[in-house]
Each structure stands twice: as structure tokens, then as C-alpha cells.
Design a protein around this ligand. Structure first.
Ligand SMILES: Cc1cc2nc3c(=O)[nH]c(=O)nc-3n(C[C@H](O)[C@H](O)[C@H](O)COP(=O)(O)OP(=O)(O)OC[C@H]3O[C@@H](n4cnc5c(N)ncnc54)[C@H](O)[C@@H]3O)c2cc1C
Length: 306
């Protein structure tokens, strides 16, 4: 009989801490999600590789987790190993390039750049997320994308090798990166910044955070925009949703934010299924009433059928 995941992880003596049946609601900004079979708080690239190999040899799932700010994990949880990347948290100043581990929170990276009077990351200050998640999603706000400042990405490829990939503009697009769906794990990234004036950098960062506060981003658990924008729609997705009277619509504890059509919030007791059903309802209503097909930006993980 082949070993269970737990037996295998105990046998390979992975050096990073491992928890079993860890509730993922504690690790997502929506505050929903059932347990992960195994949850590894990785500290080294080697442990990421070993955890992924263990998942493969047990024929079970593997998920690289950043700050959990763009995912909805199902109520039944995740079958397999979740690697919490937060332990890959180094930041290094290489002149005009800042190098950061995948687990570094974006706000911390922005504050480090500010401390060095390096400009380029101000736009992303206040956006929840990690370096790995921001690169994977090619996060975008205030008309700028992470790819605008990306110098290189270090990945653990599906073959188990570590490679530093220089930024290639053609492989990134609007909220698209070449890492989506490949199985590569982002270990870190370098960002090209330029010397700037500390006070101006700080002022822009503060402006962006205040703007998010005024738009209600931090008022309730959520994962930011639910659907992508699309120039072909002629207006932001949130405005289309508003125009159909969907603001405030709720299913269980999930609600289309009364203050923003493209944000679904957890009003307190939402389940992941509530969020999924409400997302589906909004997508269906928009399709039926306008013909526009919305593409979800948030990622649903796990089983939503059972
Ligand atoms: C209040 C709020 C406001 C937001 N505003 C914006 C916004 O303005 N613009 C925007 O683009 N997004 C926004 N978001 C969404 C979110 O902040 C971004 O998508 C962010 O980049 C997600 O990063 P994360 O580390 O939380 O990724 P996670 O949610 O942890 O993961 C997202 C995906 O990336 C993958 N991933 C994460 N780390 C790695 C890694 N190291 N290697 C490989 N794959 C990895 C995961 O497996 C998953 O598929 C917002 C969210 C919130 C809660």
C-alpha cells in the first residue's frame, strides 16, 4: 500500500513546519475555506520542491499560497498540500533592482523601496498580496501592472529546477502572466526601480491607500474585483453590474458590495458556496441582459459541486 500524505511528509522529514487539517479560512482575505490536508509553512526552495514532489507521488493536489487575497477556497477545503510561501521573505537591494522572496507582502516591499528612496512600486501600495501572487496574477491598479516594473522572476519549474527568467514583455498581458496554470512555483522576483524623492514616493503611496479606504476596500472581507474589466464593454465591469441593479444583492452571507458593483463581500457568515453562487448569478445576469461574458478574476479552488 502506498503511504498516506502524512506518512510521506513525516518520512521525508521536511524541515519546514507542517500542520494537518489547517483551516484555510484563516489564510484567505475572504475568510472562507475548509481545511487543507497538509499545510507547509515553507522556509526554503528545497522544501517547496519536496512538498510538491510528495503531493505528486501521492497523486494529490498542490497549491502555492500567497496572502490568499485573490482566491476562494471551497468549504470542503483542499485535498493535498498547500505551501504557504510567507517564509520566503527576504528583501535585497541590488542597486536599482529590489529582489524579494515570493512570500514578501507587497506593502512591505513598497515600504522597503520607500526607505531606499526608490520609485516604481507606489501604485501597488495598499493592495493585499504577496510578491508571488502579484507576479502570478500580474496584478494591476491605477493603470499600471506589476509587469511594468518586473526585472526577473525566479521559479521552481515543474521539472524541479530553479531558473531565473528575465522579464519578457510579450509573455505578460492584462492580468495575465506566463506562470498561470503551468505548475511553476514563483520563488522570488526582481523589480526595476528608479531613484526618486522620498517625500513624493511616500505621498503617492499614502494617496493610493486613502483612495482604497474611501472606496471601501478594507471594510469587509473580500478579494477585490470579482471580474476582469474588458475594453470591449465600453465601461468598467463594476458600472455594468451597478446599472443592472445588482449592488446589494446577496446570497447567504455573500453580498455584492453596496458601495462597489465589482466587489463581493463576506458580511460575516458567508460560505465559499455563497460567494460562488453569487458570482455565477452576477455573471449570468450580465450575460442575459447585456450579452457581455464576464471573466472572473478571483480564483475558485477546490470542489464546489459536492
Ligand atoms: C481589498 C482588496 C483589493 C484588491 N485590489 C486589487 C487591485 O487593485 N488589483 C489587483 O490586481 N488585484 C487586487 N486584489 C486582488 C489581490 O490583491 C491580487 O490578486 C494579489 O496579487 C494576490 O496575491 P496573493 O499573494 O494574495 O495571491 P493568492 O490569492 O494567495 O493566490 C492567487 C493565485 O496566485 C498563485 N500563487 C500565489 N503565490 C504563488 C507563487 N509563489 N508561485 C506560484 N503561484 C502562486 C496561487 O496559487 C493562486 O492561483 C485585491 C484584493 C483585495 C482583498
Amino acid at each position: 500500500m502506498s503511504p498516506t500524505l502524512r506518512e510521506l511528509l513525516e518520512k521525508i522529514k521536511i524541515s519546514s513546519p507542517v500542520r494537518y487539517d489547517e483551516p484555510l479560512s484563516a489564510h484567505t482575505t475572504f475568510r472562507v475555506g475548509g481545511p487543507a490536508d497538509a499545510f507547509v509553512l515553507v522556509r526554503t526552495a528545497k522544501d517547496v520542491a519536496e512538498a510538491r514532489a510528495a503531493a505528486a507521488s501521492c497523486g494529490t493536489g498542490f497549491l502555492a499560497l500567497g496572502a490568499g487575497a485573490n482566491i476562494v477556497v471551497s468549504d470542503s477545503g483542499f485535498r493535498g498540500i498547500v505551501c504557504d510561501m510567507a517564509g520566503l521573505d527576504s528583501i535585497e537591494n541590488l542597486g536599482s533592482t529590489l529582489s524579494a522572496g515570493a512570500g514578501v507582502r507587497m506593502d512591505r516591499l513598497c515600504e522597503s523601496a520607500l526607505g531606499l528612496s526608490l520609485s516604481g512600486l507606489e501604485f501597488v501600495y495598499g493592495m493585499p498580496g504577496s510578491v508571488g501572487g502579484a507576479v502570478y496574477m500580474n496584478a494591476r491598479c491605477y493603470e499600471r501592472s506589476i509587469s511594468d516594473v518586473l526585472a526577473w522572476t525566479e521559479v521552481l519549474t515543474v521539472d524541479g529546477t530553479v531558473e531565473r527568467l528575465p522579464f519578457e514583455p510579450g509573455s505578460f498581458g492584462y492580468k495575465k502572466s506566463p506562470f498561470q496554470g503551468t505548475g511553476d512555483v514563483i520563488l522570488g522576483a526582481g523589480f526595476t526601480l528608479v531613484p526618486g524623492d522620498g517625500e513624493s514616493i511616500r505621498a503617492e503611496m499614502v494617496d493610493h491607500r486613502r483612495d482604497r479606504e474611501s472606496k471601501g476596500h478594507y471594510r469587509f472581507p473580500c478579494a477585490g474585483s470579482v471580474f476582469k474589466n474588458d475594453r470591449a464593454f465600453g465601461m468598467p465591469t463594476g458600472r455594468i453590474i451597478d446599472s443592472l441593479g445588482l449592488k446589494g444583492r446577496s446570497i447567504g452571507g455573500a453580498q455584492v458590495a453596496p458601495f462597489h458593483g465589482n466587489i463581493i463581500v463576506n458580511t460575516g457568515a458567508a460560505t465559499a458556496l455563497d460567494i460562488k453562487r453569487l458570482t455565477d448569478l452576477v455573471g449570468k445576469t450580465v450575460r442575459e441582459r447585456t450579452g457581455f461574458v464576464l471573466e472572473p478574476e478571483i480564483i475558485f479552488i477546490g470542489d464546489f459541486e459536492g
